[in-house]
Design a protein. Structure first.
Length: 260
């Protein structure tokens, strides 16, 4: 069965990250345009292609969209390194080489900035899985291609997709619900692929189990790389190996499933 579109599986409930966004706004906005050098405030977070002026330049004028994308990139690095709670808007502005007023012109709060990062990453992941499974020619290939797309993106953009796996969100109800919505969306794709004569509730439960395994293995993989300083880049060969191993496990389980 062909996967549903992203629009069909997106939750229709209010986005939890829209709730109480003002809680994260800062009151200590400076008007000083001078940017103090960052130094080593966030160790190991500079991207591999960063030049010597990364995080140390004075404010530069950029087109709005270019500046916005720069801030998203920098925020993703900071959140990935220090977690949501450990990262401040000052950290992000310093790494971007701008003042906080400039940052607040683009994003009114840390929560809104994080929300956009999560939305972008989840949309990219969901679309990749949907495209990959649509090209499969057998049910087992659907499982393997879905896992392959999942782990391939994680290997290519681990800093970005670490945002979806971060553990310091669990005691923040709104943020944890937003991340849960991502898992539900992926489960929606998988549910539609389980076409073995089961009731919808049964297929939904199985889909959530498959997603849970993928997320658990991903967190384990990220944790392994996080132990090194600096962490080595993950490889596509490792991603494909993880996909094959999980496919064998999931496929063996699905073959044994039957209607109640």
């Amino acid at each position: 069965m062909a996967p549903s579109s992203t629009d069909e599986i997106t939750s229709k409930t209010r986005d939890p990250l829209d709730i109480d966004e003002t809680n994260d706004k800062r009151a200590d906005i400076s008007t000083n345009d001078h940017v103090t050098p960052v130094g080593d405030q966030i160790s190991g977070v500079a991207p591999s292609n960063a030049g010597p002026e990364y995080g140390r330049q004075r404010r530069r004028r950029m087109p709005a969209e270019q500046r916005r994308q720069q801030l998203l990139n920098v925020a993703g690095i900071a959140f990935s390194a220090k977690g949501y709670k450990g990262t401040t808007m000052e950290d992000i502005s310093m790494l971007a080489g701008i003042t906080k007023p400039i940052l607040y012109q683009h994003f009114p709060s840390k929560r809104s900035l994080y929300k956009e990062l999560v939305t972008n990453a989840s949309t990219k992941l969901i679309d990749a899985i949907a495209v990959a499974t649509a090209s499969a020619t057998s049910p087992k290939e659907q499982v393997e291609f879905g896992f392959r797309a999942f782990f391939a993106l994680l290997a290519t953009e681990m800093d970005t997709f670490r945002l979806l796996l971060m553990s310091d969100m669990q005691d923040d109800r709104n943020l944890s619900l937003a991340l849960r919505n991502v898992e539900d969306s992926i489960a929606g794709i998988i549910r539609n692929l389980i076409d073995i004569g089961l009731e919808e509730e049964h297929r939904t439960m199985l889909a959530q189990a498959v997603v849970g395994m993928g997320v658990a293995v991903s967190r384990h993989w990220v944790e392994i790389y996080s132990r090194s300083d600096p962490p080595p880049p993950p490889t596509q060969e490792e991603a494909e190996l993880l996909a094959r191993r999980l496919t064998d496990l999931v496929w063996a389980g699905l073959r044994a499933v039957h209607a109640d």
